[in-house]
Design a binder for this molecule. Structure first.
Ligand SMILES: Nc1nc2c(ncn2[C@@H]2O[C@H](COP(=O)(O)OP(=O)(O)O)[C@@H](O)[C@H]2O)c(=O)[nH]1
Ligand SMILES: [Mg+2]
Length: 321
């Protein structure tokens, strides 16, 4: 039996092996993912993003418990963009999630690596698909909301929760509009700290100032204390309300179409880039281009066009530029 077949049958060890192969960028993983694909699309994906230390992992642990008590199986993908060798945050995640470690209905995976090719967003999608095919009803993706990679990751989630903490003060103004745009639910965690109400008010005001189109989802700002588990039921209910909205409004169709298009284009971009590198590996093109650029005898625009034309072997299909 292939790994994919075993995963579909609910084999947790096979899932873990396939995720390792994905991490290691093994070509065999792609073959398995092809087989897995028809069995995906069932899980509901929740993205949790926010600055480091906001309490995301603690919140994920509480949400996991909350969905488990509703009889749902939960997969967790925790992404830490720091070096895989520091281990700190990941170890922390493991400890925080420890109470679920004997629960067969919970599957936790930390991704620390940032592959040279494909990127974090690709491997997160792939790992999420394995959890989906394994039969997890809910897949929670925790990511530090800093860069474009992370924004791309949460865009793949059905519901995205942006986690903040009190006392950001004026910094809250510095939060990129992009973060406001991607949030379906906003959480002010550490509500036991001073300034929680103020942060909640500021966030609410910022959200109200957006010109959201008529009939679109209206994100709420909720207060939680992840450490003590307060506000978690309300948060779960809000996530489920957003899910209901997606389906009842038909927004889900557009969302899925856009997500599938991004997924395909991601893979295509990877493939093209890989091919270009492999194509140039056969000769000294790369060295010649770089040296030519140094003496300004070659410009990178023309060089890239030539490589693409040679690689694709079809000049007519390339757009004029
Ligand atoms: N005071 C307070 N501390 C919290 C709360 N939730 C989490 N923490 C603590 O904040 C720290 C960072 O939490 P963690 O979940 O690792 O944050 P992450 O980096 O966003 O994943 C830990 O020491 C948590 O125990 C809370 O509601 N109140
Ligand atoms: Mg964390």
């Amino acid at each position: 039996m292939t790994l994919a077949e075993q995963v579909v049958q609910g084999n947790i060890r096979a899932a873990a092996r396939l995720m390792r192969d994905i991490d290691d960028n093994r070509p065999s993983a792609v073959q398995e993912l092809k087989q897995l694909y028809p069995h995906t699309g069932q899980a509901y994906i929740i993205g949790i993003t926010g600055p480091p230390g906001a309490g995301k992992s603690t919140l994920v642990d509480q949400l996991t418990a909350s969905f488990r008590s509703r009889g749902q199986k939960v997969g967790v993908v925790a992404i830490d963009p720091t070096s895989p060798f520091t281990g700190g945050a990941i170890l922390g995640d493991r400890i925080r999630m420890n109470r679920h470690s004997c629960d067969e209905g919970v599957f936790i995976r930390s991704l620390a690596t940032r592959g040279a090719l494909g990127g974090l967003s690709r491997s997160t999608t792939d790992v999420g698909m394995v959890m989906d095919a394994l039969g997890m009803d809910i897949v929670i993706i925790e990511t530090v909301g800093v860069g474009q990679d992370e924004v791309d990751i949460v865009k793949a989630a059905h519901t995205t929760c942006v986690v903040m903490v009190p006392g950001l003060g004026d910094d809250i103004q510095a939060i990129k509009a992009g973060i406001l745009e991607i949030g379906d639910v906003f959480v002010v965690n550490k509500a036991d700290r001073d300034g929680a109400d103020r942060t909640t008010r500021e966030l609410t005001t910022m959200l109200e100032m957006r010109n959201a189109p008529e009939g679109s989802w209206n994100p709420q700002v909720l207060k939680t204390e992840a450490q003590r588990g307060s506000g978690i039921e309300e948060l779960t209910a809000e996530i489920l309300a957003h899910r209901d909205f997606l389906f009842a409004s038909g927004t889900i169709d557009n969302f899925l179409r856009e997500r599938n298009q991004r997924h395909f284009l991601d893979i295509l971009r990877d493939g093209l880039f890989r091919n270009a590198l492999a194509f140039m590996a056969g000769d000294d093109t790369l060295t010649r281009v770089v040296e030519g650029m140094g003496s300004r005898s070659i410009d990178p625009y023309s060089a890239a066009e030539v490589v693409l034309q040679d690689m694709l072997g079809n000049r007519a299909r390339l757009a004029d530029s």
